[in-house]
Design a protein around this ligand. Structure first.
Ligand code: GLN
Length: 308
């Protein structure tokens, strides 16, 4: 079957509308059309295929975390970032206070407390809030191959209810893990989560990781190969939070989800994948997105641990 027909088939099979509910702790996210569905794949030579509502924009949310981690690793070096954020799966939900007992480091950069910390490490040492925002905008845009914009309504909506994230930023500030003003850290992190993307963007951003840091559409090197490897490794163990083990055994693709209903997967040396469908399961993963990835992994034999 040609790829476009195959993706169309995937859409018909996976977008059944059954199961899950919209994220509602960010008021603006509860207002989206729950029946939207889109899927995209980008090959290593930069060819993008899509099916469904491919032009639908949604906010990147936690799917920004691997890219912000990549930018922090690029800007500060792997060692310096590891001093602040560990790389152990927490086994807890994304919004839990998961800190290492002795060092006080957040357990990994994919959960909120680790991502808020990581956010403060993007850009050069001493960067102010605006410079950091711009480093993130430029970096995320380089991954996507087009200038990404912030959804101000979603950002404002989330900031109004970001009590947990504020508490966590204050905790890492009190523990000496971040040097920044905790309110500025949460503001910047919330902005980071509010960039608008499409599944096409996700597939291109993903394939840039899978391709060792070079965006195959623009041919720009965004990060080094060792940084890409570090990000993919952490996505593999921590990207799907407390469902990471299930995901790795059934799907077997390094991936990250977001509460807007997107999931992207980056299979090293092979392909970048993006899917969007807003209804979520109890872990905060898109129900139809998980179904789609299970299907793609099986049909196309994408599981990283396949031996044949
Ligand atoms: N901005 C959201 C938050 O901090 C991101 C969470 C997610 O996508 N899992 O709660």
């Amino acid at each position: 079957t040609p790829v476009p027909d195959y993706l169309q088939e995937i859409r018909d099979l996976c977008s059944t509308g059954a199961g899950g509910h919209l994220a509602d702790y960010i008021p603006e996210l509860a207002a989206v059309d729950p029946d939207r569905f889109a899927v995209s794949a980008c090959t290593m030579d930069g060819v993008v295929y899509t099916a469904g509502d491919a032009d639908a924009e949604f906010t990147i949310q936690s799917m920004s975390k691997p890219f912000a981690y990549a930018l922090a690793l690029r800007d500060r070096g792997i060692e310096a970032v590891l001093e602040k954020v560990a790389v152990e799966p927490s086994g807890d939900a994304f919004n839990q206070i998961s800190l290492e007992r002795t060092s006080g480091r957040p357990r990994n950069p994919m959960i909120n407390i680790g991502a808020i910390t990581t956010h403060t490490l993007v850009g050069p040492v001493g960067a102010d809030e605006d410079e950091r925002d711009e480093a993130l905008a430029a970096g995320l845009s380089a991954f996507a191959g087009r200038r990404l914009e912030v959804d101000a309504a979603v950002m404002t909506s989330e900031l109004r209810t970001a009590f947990r994230n504020r508490a966590m930023a204050n905790l890492v500030r009190a523990g000496g893990i971040i040097d920044d003003d905790p309110d500025a850290a949460v503001r910047g992190y919330t902005r980071q989560c509010a960039y608008r993307v499409t599944v096409r963007d996700l597939a291109v951003m993903a394939v840039t990781l899978a391709n060792g840091g070079v965006n195959p559409v623009t041919h720009e090197r965004v990060i080094s190969a060792p940084v890409a490897r570090q990000v993919l490794a952490v996505m593999t163990t921590c990207g799907m939070y407390d469902a990471a083990g299930d995901w790795m055994s059934t799907v077997g693709i390094p991936a990250k989800s977001g509460v807007s209903g997107g999931i992207f997967g980056a299979l090293p040396g092979q392909v970048g994948l993006g899917v969007f469908s807003p209804r979520l399961d109890e872990h905060g993963h898109s129900v139809e997105g998980v179904r789609t990835f299970e299907r793609l992994s099986r049909d196309l034999e994408l599981h990283l641990m396949n031996t044949t």
